[in-house]
Design a protein around this ligand. Structure first.
Ligand SMILES: [Zn+2]
Ligand SMILES: [Zn+2]
Length: 110
C-alpha cells in the first residue's frame, strides 16, 4: 500500500508538529484510508479503526493544525426562550435536559 500511493506531507504540518508527530498523523490517516479501501469501519467510532490505531501506535484523533482546518469545526448556538441569553457549544446539547443557567427556561437552537 505504501508503495502504490503517494502520501503528501504538508510542510505546514511538519513545521508545526515536528517529524515524530507528523508520522503519527500519517499513520492515523493511513488507518482511515486502509480500512476504507477494505470496506471496513474506518470512522473514529468503529472498533476496527480503534484496533488498527492501537496496533500501529497511531494517535487516537485527527490532529488539527491551528488556522487551517478550523472551518470544519461547527459550533452550535442556543438561546434561552425567555431571557434570550445566548450559549455557544462545540457539541450538540440535549434540549430536553438542559435549561438556561440564568432563568431555568427552555433553550432553542438558533
Ligand atoms: Zn481521524
Ligand atoms: Zn434564560
Amino acid at each position: 500500500m505504501l508503495k502504490s500511493h503517494n502520501i503528501e506531507i504538508n510542510p505546514k504540518q511538519l513545521k508545526h508538529f515536528g517529524l515524530a508527530e507528523v508520522i503519527g498523523i500519517i499513520k492515523h490517516e493511513l488507518c482511515h484510508y486502509h480500512l476504507h479501501l477494505q470496506g471496513k469501519g474506518y470512522q473514529h467510532r468503529d472498533p476496527e479503526f480503534k484496533q488498527l490505531l492501537e496496533k500501529v501506535g497511531a494517535p487516537r484523533y485527527c490532529q488539527v493544525i491551528p488556522g487551517t482546518l478550523n472551518k470544519k469545526q461547527t459550533t452550535h448556538i442556543y438561546q434561552c426562550t425567555k431571557c434570550e441569553l445566548v450559549f455557544e457549544r462545540k457539541r450538540r446539547i440535549n434540549l430536553q435536559k438542559y435549561v438556561c443557567g440564568r432563568c431555568r427556561s427552555k433553550l432553542k437552537k438558533i
